[in-house]
Write a protein that binds this ligand. Structure first.
Ligand SMILES: *Cc1c(COP(=O)(O)O)cnc(C)c1O
Length: 225
């Protein structure tokens, strides 16, 4: 087995062990492939990985050309400018970074009715940071309602990137706020099934606090250039 296949195998076993330890369901693994070559994606695909996350529309589209023919579920996880909504709506299966109404409307307008509905997560700025994308906690409900009104969009849940604070308990508190918000909104929108929390550094804690999808780059592909 190549290194990347071995890491994938070990990571899946780790995720399973953590989920079992905390009595949580096994989260989905999103392989974050930004700044990684298409060949690395192809290797993970051969190992059975199907969901890949990219931060930039153009970078993802270039890899999609190289990987044409492989069955891959593409997730956009980086900040999305409204003027890129057209390409995002055509070239991705999920957008995890929806944080404003204008973007919801643009994605609804641009998603072709010939494609399955575009899966969306509302990104929440859970630590109320100044310079970060994501809506305020009190804006998430309105965005979910707006998404659920469009037949070519599918509201799947919430995503957050907590502040890079070394304090374990602050991070835990942020994950708990997200879980509480998720429960509250899921009661209104039963189709919500995804709480996207946790990256290489904090995936274990995120799973403990109820994440259903972890987004892992470094721990899978190694350091980015
Ligand atoms: C880069 C990125 C990740 C993966 O980060 P790692 O620390 O490499 O696991 C996850 N989520 C988002 C939104 C990212 O931009």
């Amino acid at each position: 087995m190549s290194t990347i296949e071995q890491r994938h195998h070990d990571l899946l076993a780790d995720l399973q062990a953590v989920a079992t330890r905390f009595g949580r369901p096994l989260p989905r693994l999103l392989a974050v492939s930004k700044r990684q070559p298409a060949a690395a994606i192809a290797a993970l695909h051969a190992a059975g990985q199907r969901a890949f996350g990219e931060n930039y529309v153009q970078e993802a589209m270039a890899k999609q050309v190289e990987l044409a023919g492989l069955e891959i579920e593409w997730h956009l996880i980086g900040h999305l400018q409204t003027n890129k909504a057209r390409e995002a709506a055509r070239h991705f299966d999920w957008v995890q970074s929806v944080d404003r109404l204008r973007l919801v409307d643009a994605l609804a307008r641009e998603r072709s009715s010939e494609l399955p509905p575009l899966n969306l997560l509302v990104q929440v700025n859970v630590d109320d940071e100044d310079s970060k994308s994501g809506c305020r906690i009190d804006e998430a409900g309105g965005l979910c309602a707006a998404i659920s009104g469009h037949p070519n969009l599918a509201l799947r849940g919430l995503m957050a990137i907590p502040a890079p604070d070394p304090d374990h308990e602050l991070r835990r508190a942020a994950f708990r706020r997200m879980h509480a918000l998720f429960d509250q909104l899921q009661a209104l929108h039963p189709g919500m099934d995804t709480l996207s929390l946790g990256m290489s550094e904090d995936a274990d804690l995120a799973i403990e606090e109820g994440s259903t999808m972890v987004r892992i780059g470094t721990a899978l592909f190694g350091k980015r250039e």
